[in-house]
Design a protein around this ligand. Sequence first.
Ligand SMILES: O=c1ccn([C@H]2C[C@H](O)[C@@H](CO)O2)c(=O)[nH]1
Ligand SMILES: [Zn+2]
Length: 130
Amino acid sequence: MALKDAALSVRENAYAPYSNFKVGAAIRSSTGVVYSGCNVENVAYPEGTCAEAGAIAAMVAAGEKELTEVYVVASSPQPVPPCGGCRQKLAEFGKREVKVILATMDGAEFETTIGQLLPGAFGASHMEDV
Ligand SMILES: O=c1ccn([C@H]2C[C@H](O)[C@@H](CO)O2)c(=O)[nH]1
Ligand SMILES: [Zn+2]
């Protein structure tokens, strides 16, 4: 399945009664499998989780640890950039060059990379002396 179709499809399942802002994310793993996730909010607001986090959790639960492409779609006028936490999560499982497409429901797409979203990322190399 195409990443775009997977992201649009899973977005319909988003649970966002507090923000009314539904987000869908799809990632392709290094084996070519597509995993998807949607945002899941909670009445205790900080307990809500992002679409990107859901897709990554699905990939890891399936036994995979490398993502090679990301697609995020939301019903906003402009493509929505992942939050800071999701940028760090994406950087954990994807190389800097990995393409990230941010899209709107109207079909507008903005292309970036994990490295551009999180320049100077904290990584394992920073702990080498520990
Ligand atoms: O990239 C993003 C940005 C926001 N949200 C969710 C979190 C929250 O449920 C709602 C409003 O911030 O959108 C995501 O899932 N991914
Ligand atoms: Zn997030």
